[in-house]
Design a protein. Structure first.
Length: 360
């Protein structure tokens, strides 16, 4: 049997990481599919593993913008899938408008189904994009033969908007690559006022309104004002150039010379496992997450983590982290303060997180 994968909308971020690792793990000896046909842009295809059972397909429309890719899916995919004798098409990017059946799709983006989070973007093209995605993904989920969800929370949140789905549904969480696993390290003792030996805090995430970087920065500034020696390094990118400019303005307002609060730019996913080893604590302040892959990768790296208590995160993380309300500066401050002042708590959470990550 031949599996077709429509990766026309997989361009970067978590979706691309999932696709790369999925194909890396695929072994035709262990399943009924002996060959994979995958359609995507040249840039995406170049990131995928080369194997004799993986055939990469490109059309020049797939290298262009969203409208071109949608037109290709509508006009060409059905015919090409039949020519390739595909038995099933998998759509990791959620939306599809072709007539080929059977088709299995996947929910990897909860944001279009959360109006309270969409509103953070104000009246903008981003807001219109998310509303369009809710519409297109809802139709796709209703037309699919099967839908994969990453968490129970994501499943429940989507079905509140779509209603009951005709196709089969299943919850399959992402896994964690073995390169991330590093046993928890000993934890340093922190003394007030000793800024020559600070706790190093990392926030690794895309720069988006629902990630609440502003609240984290203000909480860290309060810690510094209270003589808690801490450095916050922020890593991440954004499709919106104004988001980076806004972030830098907030940083400069609280730390003009970026001595303690620093924006470090983006980082390649293949380097993240090495980056985590340079830090003492990880923080993640998102209020809307389908899964939280970056958090699990941090836990596997043995780093104690402070996490948002919203969306799918408590379901995935259990008691392996310390929680806070990402919309409340005082909550973030209290959580980080307790974490920094207790090496034993950090050791406990790091060990629990490391063991939890092994299950994925």
């Amino acid at each position: 049997m031949i599996l077709g994968i429509d990766a026309s909308n997989i361009r970067s971020g978590g979706g691309l990481t999932h696709l790369v690792e999925l194909l890396r793990a695929f072994n035709p000896k262990n399943c009924k599919y002996k060959k994979i046909i995958i359609w995507s842009s040249l840039k995406t295809l170049d990131r995928l593993i080369d194997q004799r059972w993986i055939l990469k397909r490109n059309h020049h429309y797939l290298n262009k913008n969203f409208l071109y890719r949608v037109f290709w899916q509508w006009k060409y995919l059905d015919k090409q899938a039949k020519q390739e004798n595909c038995s099933l098409i998998f759509v990791p990017g959620s939306s599809f408008i072709f007539s080929f059946r059977p088709v299995v799709t996947m929910n990897q983006n909860l944001l279009p189904f959360k109006w309270n989070e969409i509103k953070r973007y104000g009246f903008s093209l981003s807001t219109l994009k998310f509303l369009f995605l809710r519409f297109s993904q809802s139709i796709s989920f209703h037309n699919a033969n099967g839908i994969i969800f990453l968490t129970q929370n994501a499943y429940s949140s989507v079905l509140k908007k779509t209603g009951k789905l005709k196709g089969s549904t299943i919850i399959i969480p992402h896994g964690v690559h073995k390169r991330f696993f590093h046993k928890p390290r000993s934890q340093k003792i922190v003394f007030k006022g000793q800024f020559e030996a600070p706790i190093k805090l990392i926030y690794l995430s895309s720069i988006e309104p629902y990630k609440h970087h502003d609240k984290v920065i203000k909480a860290v500034d309060q810690l510094i004002q209270n003589q808690i020696p801490i450095i916050l390094d922020i890593y991440g990118s954004s499709s919106r150039s104004k988001a980076i400019s806004k972030l830098k303005k907030i940083i400069n307002k609280h730390d003009l010379f970026e001595k303690y609060i620093r924006y470090k730019g983006s980082v390649k996913h293949e380097n993240i496992h090495e980056l985590y080893l340079e830090y003492d604590i990880a923080i993640f302040a998102s209020s809307c997450e389908t899964f939280g892959q970056i958090l699990l990768e941090g836990l596997a790296s043995g780093i104690p983590t402070a996490s948002s208590n919203m969306s799918s995160l408590p379901e995935i993380l259990g008691d392996s982290v310390t929680y806070f309300n990402p919309t409340n500066i005082d909550s973030i401050f209290s959580s980080l303060s307790a974490f920094i002042n207790s090496p034993n708590l950090r050791i406990e959470k790091a060990k629990k997180g490391y063991e939890l990550a092994k299950k994925f």
